[in-house]
Design a protein around this ligand. Structure first.
Ligand SMILES: [Zn+2]
Length: 65
């Protein structure tokens, strides 16, 4: 996934599910570190842009969604 597409508020699907079973995440922080929130359980995970680029499968919604 191209890192430039990973913007604040974007809803994305990851390749591997969270332990809770959810695969939908919202980007809640961008910058040197990204924070994504699991839309199923609400847990927040911090990771680098590179890591997120590898984990993300596709974008399923934007800020307006
Ligand atoms: Zn979860």
């Amino acid at each position: 996934m191209v890192i430039s597409e990973l913007k604040l508020g974007v809803l994305l699907e990851t390749k591997k599910p969270h332990p809770c079973g959810g695969t939908l995440w919202k980007i809640v922080r961008t910058g040197a570190d990204f924070k994504i929130r699991c839309e199923t359980c609400g847990r927040i995970v911090m990771l680098t842009p590179d890591e997120l680029g590898k984990r993300a499968r596709r974008i399923v919604g934007g800020e307006e969604a």
